[in-house]
Ligand binder design. Structure first.
Ligand code: SF4
Length: 470
């Protein structure tokens, strides 16, 4: 039994250096070989990528995936802790798993960011005894050992470590797509924005070696992948922990040399976004002109309370520089409303920034206090109705600019990478423009996996419709 410790989780020392090691295969308990597994992932792209590893490990041990939980012998919930509603979803789903476990013998496990919270572990140990095992974000590569121990000891096995963190290379993966792939470049975060739990759940900022990343992209290209998304909590800080003279700009140029059709990167932080990086985005033919640049708030008072390390003026300056230098750029953002201490005036400043930036899109949230984060200790006396009313006004403005941005593409020819059948209309295909805009496409032939020219025939707030043009 090893439980998380939030004090340990926030420790960062100058000498912290990630240990980079290779994955070691461990034989899974005989009782599971040949059986089916069910993995449900919540949250961000980082977690989705971890979900691909969990499936990869189970497949490498002779299990096969099922989308029907009733067929599964082992169920793993790969969880997110970024907001309370993420928690609620998992505990809601656990109720369903409990019923199933009363009817058949299944092994139930939880991993991801929620087990990194002590209160969650305490709750699972006291109220969810039917959960057989838990592991965290730092020992994903030890999941087989944790599963085996829980089977051998016939008791709840919890192995969760709070630590700066290491890098495990070479874990088997079962990727969700054969066209577009996630590629980690950096794990963890040291920014400690006061509302954010990620520095505690995912450890210190640590970069993979650039040669490992480039090799992985070359391998993916050989396998026929058309697109890679370089992943990190704060990709603009890539390399700062291991290199003096190599950063995201260098990495983009080296990945561009692999010749893979499309390169994307998320998530950016204004603080580390240099001119060099802007130039690399513009000059590298395979790097897509799409930047996700969270602003979070438009008031300097709130930005300070959030410990975002930039002012609205500095953000606007960077934003305008990207718009000027990167042709046909698409810029989206994240905004939190109702942060403790936010007044109507502060909120009006956020709306003003949205008017100045006219973002192509945004993810908007009501502030959700996270365990042990500094912001959770701040006095928060803004009524829920006020926060909801602010979110509503903000979304109206965001939708307006997102719609205007899409309207500008009406009648234009856009290059679209087709990923799948459209969820919305199965008679159509779906894909993304270079600017990461969703397009539903009419086509008589199967165009999945192709980069096609599409004439945009209809524009809505969050999607476009179009037809293939030769
Ligand atoms: S930069 Fe992002 S991941 Fe890091 S602490 Fe801030 S919000 Fe969290």
């Amino acid at each position: 039994m090893h439980l998380p410790d939030m004090i340990e989780a926030k420790k960062r020392t100058k000498t912290n250096e990630a240990n980079i090691y290779d994955y070691v295969f461990t034989k899974i308990d005989e009782s599971l070989v040949g059986k089916k597994y069910f993995v449900r992932t919540y949250g961000c792209q980082m977690n989705e990528h971890d979900g691909e590893r969990i499936k990869g490990v189970l497949e490498s041990e002779g299990l096969t995936e099922t989308d029907n939980i009733e067929e599964a012998s082992i169920v793993i919930l790969n969880t997110c802790a970024v907001r309370e509603n993420a928690h609620d979803k998992v505990f809601g789903y656990l109720g369903l798993v409990k019923k199933l476990k009363e009817t058949k013998n299944i092994l139930v496990g939880i991993c991801g960011c929620m087990p990194q919270e002590k209160s969650v572990c305490d709750l699972i140990m006291s109220k969810y005894k039917y959960v057989d095992f838990m592991f965290g974000t730092h020992n994903l590569d030890q999941m087989v050992n944790v599963i085996n121990e829980s089977i051998k000891n016939k008791k709840q096995e919890i192995e969760v470590y709070s630590m700066p963190g290491n890098i495990c290379e070479g874990m088997p993966e079962k990727k969700d797509s054969k066209i577009s792939a996630w590629v980690d470049i950096q794990l963890g975060c040291d920014k400690f924005c006061t509302y954010c739990i990620i520095p505690y759940t995912r450890g210190m900022q640590r970069s993979r070696r650039h040669e490992d990343i480039v090799k992985e992209v070359e391998e993916l290209k050989k396998q026929g992948y058309k697109e890679v998304t370089l992943l990190g909590q704060n990709v603009n800080a890539y390399g700062k922990d291991i290199y003096d003279d190599y950063n995201l700009a260098n990495l983009l140029r080296d990945v561009d040399k692999t010749g893979i059709d499309r390169i994307r990167f998320v998530t950016s932080h204004p603080w580390d976004f240099t001119d060099e990086m802007i130039n690399a985005i513009e000059e590298c033919p395979h790097v897509m002109p799409y930047i996700h640049l969270p602003i979070q708030a438009g008031s300097n008072k709130i930005l300070k309370l959030m410990n975002r390390s930039y002012t609205k003026e500095e953000y606007l300056n960077l934003y305008n520089k990207i718009r000027e230098k990167v042709a046909n750029s698409t810029i989206t953002t994240d905004i939190i409303v109702g942060f403790p201490g936010e007044t109507n005036e502060d909120f009006e400043e956020t709306l003003e920034m949205v008017d100045k930036c006219k973002f192509d899109g945004a993810y908007t949230f009501i502030y959700s206090p996270r365990e042990n984060t500094p912001a959770a200790k701040l006095k928060d006396d803004t009524p829920k109705e006020i926060k909801e009313e602010r979110l509503h006004r903000l979304n109206e403005k965001i939708n307006k600019y997102s719609n205007e941005s899409n309207q500008r593409l009406l009648g234009k020819i856009e290059e679209v990478l087709v990923l799948n059948i459209s969820e919305k209309d199965t008679s159509k295909y779906m894909g993304y423009t270079r600017g990461m805009k969703l397009v539903n496409i009419e086509s008589n032939e199967n165009i999945i996996g192709q980069i096609v020219n599409v004439e945009i025939t209809e524009a809505k707030s969050f999607s476009l419709d179009g037809k293939v043009v030769k």
